[in-house]
Design a binder for this molecule. Structure first.
Ligand code: FES
Length: 447
């Protein structure tokens, strides 16, 4: 096995000797009891993303995050802090809010109780008419823990879960070169899919499928198994690091590299200056690092200032246990998240957020594209879609997300076959197995 240098705490995600060897049975993708155990022992104990900090700039700004049968409100306070509450009126339980907006207080749509943004009760009609006395000053909304990292607003329903930065460890340290709080979310899609939520962490924990499912990728990302660095972390997170350069083994006819040539030229490097394909790919990639560091800030790419050599030229595909994947690129990130359907383990929602580091003077996103469309460099509204065999996201046709989602529902159907028992994993799928072992740890009380 190729020796790799890994950051502290990382285990080699190509080495199955890092695993216990749990059996990964197919029933976990459709069994209702398994889904209930996930809710009881895992979903209520991990951290979830409610939204972006830039949605909560003024006191009273709030976002609602619906998760399975639960719903949480996070709201900016007068003192600048954030508070989170279960989205359930303490009178008779109705949901108080939806979406994202700004309010001076939350007025319940049922009987008109008025809740302050700090969760205390300000007013109740006929307050004298309660046998236990006036509820104002007595009753509060039930809180959840809230914290922030990377410009994202997180919450957990658990009082005992580790602090957010401990839960995410060591990702915040590894990713500190990216100014994540400056990101602009230029696309925000939520797509209903007929597959179990674990399709996404499975799919995004390996790149073995890329050569078959995404034949366009080897032209611009070198995903060769010996080049990729696969990392697994004790908390269940993982990373796959691959250079933005053509594959050395899956070459185009004539060794053509039009996308890489354009990238080199963007940074004043002559693609014709290299004697052969291999030196262009290897030396050109090193020359790009130097050119981007040297020229980036004066060309408005202020976000390069803190980036490492690796961050400035590589794709760092990161999974955050259990259900969030973020591809960190030099100029943008793509966040993908699945969340289970409240009652049907064979359905989920798939979130796709394209987020761009703003470049000075740019009106459109440079790299965070949807299909072939250039997106304005501005915050996008949430857009709900039904997948409908791909027809619901037709503008993504031919792209990586569409290719993955076209597989998702067929994987679910195949998993239910009497002809399928359990997967037969490659070494390069070790991270998939590790994800399931960490999930098993939660369900069996080891975490
Ligand atoms: Fe909210 Fe009655 S349920 S005031």
């Amino acid at each position: 096995m190729t020796q790799v240098t890994l950051p502290p705490l990382a285990m080699n995600g190509k080495d199955p000797s890092n695993l216990r060897g749990d059996t990964i049975g197919a029933e976990r993708y459709f069994d209702k009891d398994f889904a209930q155990r996930e809710w009881d022992h895992m979903w209520t104990r991990v951290w979830h993303i409610a939204g972006r900090e830039n949605q909560l700039e003024e006191a009273g700004d709030f976002v609602v995050h619906d998760f399975m049968h639960e719903s949480v409100i996070v709201v900016r306070q007068e003192d600048g802090s954030l508070k989170g509450f279960y989205n359930s009126c303490a009178h008779r339980g109705i949901r108080l809010a939806s979406g994202a907006s700004s309010v001076p207080s939350f007025t319940c749509p049922y009987h008109g109780w008025v809740w302050n943004i700090d969760g205390s009760l300000d007013d109740a009609p006929d307050a004298f008419n309660f046998p236990k006395g006036n509820p104002c000053g007595k009753i509060k909304l039930k809180t959840v823990r809230v914290d922030t990292w990377g410009g994202f607003v997180w919450y957990t329903m658990s009082e005992d879960a580790p602090a957010l930065l401990d839960f995410l460890d060591p990702l915040p340290k590894l990713m500190q070169g990216y100014p994540l709080e400056t990101l602009v979310r230029v696309c925000q899609l939520r797509i209903d899919l007929r597959t179990n939520w674990k399709f996404a962490p499975d799919n995004f924990s390996e790149s073995y499928h890329v050569q078959t499912a995404h034949p366009q990728i080897p032209e611009f990302i070198d995903q060769d198994v010996d080049v990729s660095r696969l990392e697994m972390y004790p908390n269940g997170h993982g990373r796959t690091i691959q250079p933005f350069r053509p594959s050395l083994t899956r070459r185009k006819p004539g060794d053509a590299t039009p996308m890489f040539d354009a990238l080199l030229e963007q940074w004043d490097i002559d693609p014709e200056s290299y004697p052969d394909f291999e030196s262009k790919v290897k030396q050109g990639w090193l020359d790009l690092k130097a050119a981007k560091h040297r020229l980036g800030p004066e060309r408005g790419f202020a976000h390069y200032a803190g980036m490492s050599d690796e961050q400035i030229t590589d794709s760092i595909h990161t999974t955050i246990f259990p259900n969030i994947s973020i591809t960190f690129n030099p100029d943008s990130i793509f966040l993908m998240r699945t969340e289970p359907h409240p009652t049907d383990p064979e359905s989920c929602s798939f979130d796709f957020w394209a987020m761009e580091f703003p470049v000075e003077g740019a009106e459109f996103a440079q790299t965070a594209m949807v299909g072939n469309e250039r997106l304005p460099l501005a915050e996008a509204e949430l857009d709900y879609r039904q997948f409908d065999g791909g027809k619901g996201i037709a503008e993504l046709d031919g792209g990586v997300i569409m290719q993955d989602l076209m597989l998702a529902e067929d994987v679910q159907r195949g998993m239910r076959s009497r002809g399928f028992a359990e997967p037969y994993f490659a070494n390069s799928e070790t991270r998939v197995r590790y994800f399931h072992e960490v999930l098993n740890d939660y369900l069996e009380g080891r975490r």
